[in-house]
Design a protein around this ligand. Structure first.
Ligand code: NAD
Length: 257
């Protein structure tokens, strides 16, 4: 029986691959045999990751990308197709948050978050989808949203708004791009430990907040592998417009928690 979850030989572009979840997505796809374009702004980190991947005979290529800059997006997509071939999988992962009380967030904060998380994701999705439509092979776009796309919390209003809009962009693109055999889905992580939030999550406040996670643990980046491989592979061939929460049940916590 063929492995319907296989990504072997597929070309994948992962944005924000220099750290955190993006790094994990790139490693998981490369371990599965995909040829991966590692796209972000910190090229030195991408080169180190590409070396790590070649260490297990995987194939990866670092490519500079600033998702907020349309010309940078076009150049990164073109470089990926020239070096690795037609893109079959896009993981739209690059994202930023500005953590401040709502009354203190200013226009610069709003623009930074929305330009990266929403406009950036749209620019990359459109650029890759144009290639997929032109080649006629279709493909899979996986947007990395958040449970804050429908849940609320303090100090993250622009971030939550950007992720809510990303979810609706996912639905709109799924509807329109189906005719080109392009599937568009989202993964909505809860709290997943990465180098930037580990200290907080393992600290007093983070441990107290665990009471709101039914599984009573925060996620690790490998917890997202299953959803990623489902959406990126043939196994997910009839799935489009879906949002998969990977959050230990956080988003379904009731008032009795
Ligand atoms: P992270 O800061 O480690 O990773 C974000 C990545 O995006 C970095 O590599 C960064 O360089 C890149 N990036 C930011 N702006 C960019 C730009 N303009 N152009 C190109 N790359 C850019 O954080 P993370 O936790 O790994 O987050 C990855 C994604 O997952 C984000 O979209 C985030 O919103 C989402 N997410 C994370 C969690 C979590 O708990 N870690 C939860 C929900 C959603």
């Amino acid at each position: 029986m063929t492995d319907r979850f296989s990504v072997d030989g597929r070309v994948a572009l992962v944005t924000g691959a220099s750290s955190g979840l993006g790094r994990q997505f790139a490693l998981t796809l490369a371990r599965g045999g995909a040829k991966v374009a590692l796209a972000a702004r910190r090229i030195d980190r991408l080169k180190a990751l590409a070396e790590e991947i070649s260490g297990f005979d995987g194939r990866a290529m670092p490519v500079f990308l600033d998702v907020t800059d349309a010309s940078s997006v076009q150049a990164a997509v073109a470089a990926t197709e020239t070096e690795l071939g037609p893109i079959a999988v896009l993981v739209n992962n690059a994202g930023v948050a500005v953590v401040k009380p709502a009354l203190e967030q200013d226009e610069t904060d709003w623009d930074k978050v929305l330009d990266t998380n929403l406009k950036g994701a749209w620019l990359v999705a459109q650029s890759v989808a144009r290639c997929m439509a032109r080649h006629g092979h279709g493909g899979s776009i996986v947007n990395i949203a958040s449970i804050l796309g429908w849940q609320t919390t303090g100090h993250l209003a622009p971030y939550a708004a950007s992720k809510a809009a990303l979810l609706h962009l996912t639905h709109s693109l799924a509807f329109e791009l189906s005719r080109h055999k392009i599937r568009v889905n989202a993964i909505a992580p809860g709290y997943i430990e990465t180098e930037i939030n580990q200290e907080f999550l393992r600290g007093k406040q983070g441990q107290e907040a665990l009471v709101r996670v039914p599984m009573r643990r925060y996620g690790i980046s490998a917890d997202l592998d299953g959803a990623l491989l489902l959406l990126a592979s043939e196994a997910g061939s009839y799935i489009t417009g879906a949002v998969i929460p990977v959050d230990g049940g956080h988003a379904v916590t009731g008032i009795g928690a």
